[in-house]
Design a protein around this ligand. Structure first.
Ligand code: FE2
Length: 252
């Protein structure tokens, strides 16, 4: 899908590839899946056909949207799958981790304000505030673990590969251990954000929503979309490739 000689066939898109694999082939598919609430990261191991059947969606319609994305030239189509892992790590930190760090104080201030002003008429805003507090506390810890433990080790593996030097085993034994933990933390963040989406009825504003309320829902939606892309880059590209790199280095 992302190169002239590498188009996906309809059969592949429908049945053979998972949603996560389709996004790996062409990141622009993420936007289409987001639009239909099709999860391509934590639960992205279903084919388009299966996922549409489950959600009662028209797969034909989504396929034609994927095709239209394909014919629109996109200069921002970043080839994450071709990048060196140390570069991908820096991209994730500078783009997605920074976004989460910058958003947390802003969104939680709005979550507090909306819950205290509108909680009486819209009790779900009180619950939303509680869930968002869990999300941001968990995510802060999660980003710290990645930035201080896992990502430096991935950069170390790249360095060992490039210098052809002798590798040393990390104190956590193998990279599969921290990755397993990071993946389960991604799943719980994704689940919490899904609860937020459900509670807000897909970010649908009530008739009496003020400007803060409106901004807050936009922020929550954007936060979820960014987290999906972020988790996708880690779960579907960075982590499997880092596991393979470690295996290669220690077995060569
Ligand atoms: Fe992560």
């Amino acid at each position: 899908m992302n190169s002239e000689n590498n188009f996906l066939t309809e059969q592949e898109v429908y049945h053979h590839l998972t949603l996560s694999q389709i996004v790996t082939k062409d990141h622009r598919a993420a936007g289409v899946f987001e639009k239909y609430n099709l999860d391509f990261c934590c639960k992205g191991n279903k084919s388009l056909g299966e996922a549409c059947k489950e959600k009662g969606l028209n797969a034909e319609e989504i396929l034609s949207e994927l095709q239209s994305v394909n014919i629109v030239p996109n200069e921002n189509n970043l080839r994450f799958n071709d990048w060196e892992l140390d570069f991908l790590v820096d991209y994730i930190i500078n783009n997605h981790h920074q976004y989460v760090k910058d958003s947390i104080p802003v969104v939680s201030a709005h979550a507090n304000k909306v819950a205290s002003v509108h909680g009486k008429n819209h009790p779900e805003t009180i619950e939303l505030n509680k869930i968002f507090t869990v999300v941001y506390k968990d995510l802060k810890q999660h980003l710290m673990k990645e930035e201080e433990i896992l990502f430096p080790y991935i950069k170390y593996l790249v360095k060992v590969k490039n210098n052809n030097s002798n590798p040393e085993r990390p104190y956590f034994g193998t990279i599969a251990n921290p990755i397993k933990l990071m993946e389960s933390e991604h799943t719980s963040a994704g689940d919490n954000l899904f609860s937020i989406r459900k509670l807000t009825d897909n970010y649908t504003l009530p008739a009496d929503a003020c400007t803060t309320y409106t901004t807050y829902y936009k922020e929550l939606k954007e936060f979820e979309e960014d987290l999906h892309k972020h988790v996708y880059l880690e779960n579907s590209i960075l982590f499997p490739k880092a596991i393979m790199l470690e295996e290669k280095i220690f077995n060569s």
